[in-house]
Design a protein around this ligand. Structure first.
Ligand code: BTN
Length: 124
């Protein structure tokens, strides 16, 4: 089956859309994240992301990670995951994320980090 190319448009089960640009040779990821949901009461803005991917070489399920710098909130989210291609050529990104909120006091750090998983399917 074909190799997984991270470059393209992706959507997760929440309806968030991610546009990824993969700079090969340096294995850098750039893109934009349009989240469908927020933990804030702010208006959602499309936000930039940056990351890195492991050299795909012969591997079909290489690892990658990226961080989103939210433009409308003080939080940041780090995603790590792997790309999979099924035998019909359907690509998915299986990820785990950490959403780090900026809390005003050290005593509040216990509630500063959310964790979750997300599966992205390729929409373009
Ligand atoms: C914020 O609410 O402070 C910024 C937006 C966070 C959106 C989160 S990141 C993990 C989860 N997956 C998504 O697609 N959106 C939410």
């Amino acid at each position: 089956s074909p190799q997984c190319d991270l470059q393209g448009l992706w959507r997760n089960e929440l309806g968030s859309n991610v546009a990824l640009l993969a700079l090969n040779v340096v294995w850098t990821l750039l893109g934009f994240y349009h989240t469908a949901v927020t933990a804030t009461n702010k208006q959602i803005l499309v936000s930039p992301l940056q990351g890195a991917q492991q050299h795909p070489s012969a591997k079909r399920h290489f690892a990658f990670g990226f961080t989103v710098q939210w433009q409308f909130s003080d939080s940041t989210t780090a995603f790590v995951g792997q790309c999979f291609v099924d035998r019909h050529g359907k690509k998915t990104l299986e990820t785990t994320w950490l959403l780090q909120e900026e809390v005003p006091f050290h005593r509040d750090t216990w509630k500063a980090t959310r964790v979750g998983t997300a599966i992205f399917t390729c929409i373009k």
